[in-house]
Structures are given as C-alpha cells and as structure tokens.
Design a protein around this ligand. Structure first.
Ligand code: DX5
Ligand code: ZN
Length: 220
C-alpha cells in the first residue's frame, strides 16, 4: 500500500496539556497536527480559535492542519493564518464564494483545502481541484470526536482518487471521522493520503507505538 500521513486530531488530546501533547507527537515521529475549529453554528459544538492556535504555534513546529468547521470562514482566514495555520481547510457548505475563499487562503501563504460533509457530492469541489492542495472527505458528520465511520464515504474517496489520476492532479486526499486501524487499509487502498484520527489515536498511548499500529494496519 501507498504511504500515508497520520494527522492526529487534537480534539481528543488533553486540552489542559496541549503543549505537552504536541511535544509528545513530535517525539513520536508525527509531523502533522489536525486542529478542529468549531463555532457552534456550522456544527453543534465549540472548540478553540486563533488565540489558542497562536499559543500552540509558539511551542510547536508541527504542520498545523487547520480544519475550520465554521460558518463563513472567509471572515477569519487572515486571523488563522496569522496565528500560524499552515493549511487552512474550509467546508464547501459554509462559504458561498468557494473559489474566492480558496484563492484568499493561497494569497495569505497557506495551503488551501476544501472539506465535504458526507452528504455533499464531489461536484461541489470538482471545478476547483486544480487550485487545491487537499480535499477532505468527511467520514462522519462533523461536530464530535468518537463517532462511527460512515462506510458509504469510501466510494467518494475512490471516485475522487480516480478523478485525480485522470486529470493528472496531485492534491492530497484526507479522510476525517471514525478512522481506526481497522479501516486504515481500505482507506489507503481507496486513495486517501492523509488520515485524521482523534479518539482511536489519543486513547491509546504511547503515541509512537500507536502510529506503528496504524502503519502496520495499512500494510495488511
Ligand atoms: C469531527 C472532527 C474530527 C474528529 C475526529 O467533527 O472534524 O477531526 O476529531 O475524531 P475521531 O477520529 O474520534 O472520529
Ligand atoms: Zn477534523
């Protein structure tokens, strides 16, 4: 199977010790951290925003994979970029002028990505694929960690991967929600390059060993 990046979702980390958690991830050989920003409107939950990310930026050089689950994310792109987001992922469902939002992320110097909820068709992002560094296929309805993987989303990953191949593009495909060692092989085989894992990762320290479990699962 192809190599993949594991991006641990800090939503399942210990929020009282986030700096330690980031240090532990880096020490375990992880290179990405998935930051779930929720506004209580796009999703029924609230997490953290630019000030917390800025504080974490001062103590970590991990790649900040910033997943904005917020309405009208265009209002806050500069704030997230200034806080230290390396990649900014907006939901297609949350912004009316998606192309303009993506172009603005690029202009700010961050990597642009678009996320699709489980019920959103790939056509929502199809025309923009050449402009994107990553597409996030949600494999649960966003809002909470620890939900079960929705199997029908696997087909979307396959279709998107075929589209990428046919069009000679190189954006990454990320999956987020209910990812476990048990579905890792299927996701990687379907074409996913970046796997987000919250509860199935942080619930099972030590992190180096847990990363090895995901890699071993992909090889089976
Ligand atoms: C869901 C978030 C995910 C979540 C994943 O709303 O976008 O990143 O933290 O958590 P698990 O891996 O537990 O489903
Ligand atoms: Zn996420």
């Amino acid at each position: 199977t192809a190599p993949f990046i594991l991006s641990p979702s800090l939503l399942s980390a210990d929020f009282s010790r986030l700096a330690d958690e980031l240090a532990a991830l880096a020490a375990a050989g992880l290179t990405w951290a998935h930051l779930d920003v929720m506004d209580g409107l796009f999703v029924p939950n609230i997490t953290f925003g630019p000030p917390v990310i800025a504080a974490l930026r001062r103590v970590s050089s991990l790649y900040f994979d910033t997943h904005l689950m917020i309405e009208r994310p265009e209002r806050y792109l500069a704030a997230f970029r200034d806080a230290g987001a390396d990649l900014i992922c907006v939901h297609a469902e949350a912004t009316v002028h998606l192309e303009r939002t993506v172009a603005e992320i690029r202009r700010l110097g961050a990597a642009p990505a678009v996320a699709l909820n489980p019920a959103t068709h790939l056509s929502a992002v199809e025309y923009l694929l050449p402009e994107l560094d990553m597409v996030l296929i949600m494999t649960v309805n966003p809002g909470f960690g620890g939900q079960s993987f929705l199997p029908f989303c696997l087909e979307k990953v396959r279709t998107l991967s075929a589209m990428r191949r046919e069009r000679g593009l190189s954006f990454r495909i990320q999956v987020d929600g209910g990812v476990t060692p048990g579905n890792t092989a299927a996701l990687v085989a379907a074409g996913a390059d970046v796997l987000v894992s919250g509860s199935a990762f942080f619930g099972h320290p030590p992190y180096k060993e847990r990363l090895d479990v995901f890699h071993a699962a992909a090889a089976t």
